[in-house]
Design a protein around this ligand. Sequence first.
Ligand SMILES: *Cc1c(COP(=O)(O)O)cnc(C)c1O
Length: 345
Amino acid sequence: MTQHSQQFASDNYAGICPEAWAAMERANSGSAIAYGEDRWTQLAADSLRTLFGTDCDVYFAFNGTAANSLALASLCHSYHSVICSSAAHVETDECGSPEFFSNGSKLLVAPSNDGKLTPEAVHRLATGRSDIHFPKARVVTITQPTETGQVYTIAEIKALSATCRELGLRLHMDGARFAHACATLDCNPADITWKAGVDVLCFGGTKNGMAAGEAILFFDRAMAEDFAYRCKQAGQLASKMRFLTAPWIGMLESGAWLKNARHANACALQLYRQIQDLPEVDLLFPVQSNAVFLNAPEQMLDVLRAKEWRFYTFIGGGARFMFAWDTDPAGVQELANDIRQAVSG
Ligand SMILES: *Cc1c(COP(=O)(O)O)cnc(C)c1O
């Protein structure tokens, strides 16, 4: 790929972690009933219910765009609207999929620098218009951690859900990196979801070390009505479902879901610590999960590019570096060294 053994442009550059791989291999014995009627899928759903300590309804989709879009579509009608932050993946990186699968539900976007939504912003957007000409607000979606790596505290989520209840809104959580937030807060998954008032969670498996797959958890089973049909119609019902679901069993039983996230978070902190003394380089956002966003002179970024480092600058407005379950601390050191060299000219 390049002279570097690893790149940190995206946490999706990583492969499949051993625990997920082994679980997939275990499931690859003989035949099993198709379309999710197999025992692996049952076990995976049960493992998730155990992890969350509640009898939620669980579904599986191939990716996060589908999981978010179908979950949001199930929470509202086409004439409703969905409140999100301006940095939300559903707004900026899903190609209109939430609007498409909801048959036109409008996203109402709250300006946000760090990607977080506040109760005030929700209140403003939900109550700004109440006439027949404007789509009725019905859902709020938050990303945990945000696209800029910021983690909502338990109190922040509770405050948002209180506002949602007051206004008759449902609360969805895009948890593409949900495990990373649990690792940061050192909390129980339940504490930042159903116990804090979240109705539906999209729990990301891909960025946590699986080949593919996101779990959709409905803490209020009534909201999942006909969800299986939505998945099928959207092309998200895997016929050989066991290969999407068995890895969840491996990840949860081994604890890899949390171990992987902790490692990725620690690598982000490592990079930060190795460059924090450089006056030319600023952090755009505090490091709270597995992302580091750097604000640095363009010529310095060009030096890094010339050294064949890959990174995005279209998210958050700076150079983004993401760390994964497989990040080698030596690679982080290599990047840090090159950043130091780029600064010194
Ligand atoms: C990666 C990501 C997703 C899912 O993206 P897919 O490419 O569709 O799997 C959703 N939300 C956030 C915040 C993400 O970072």
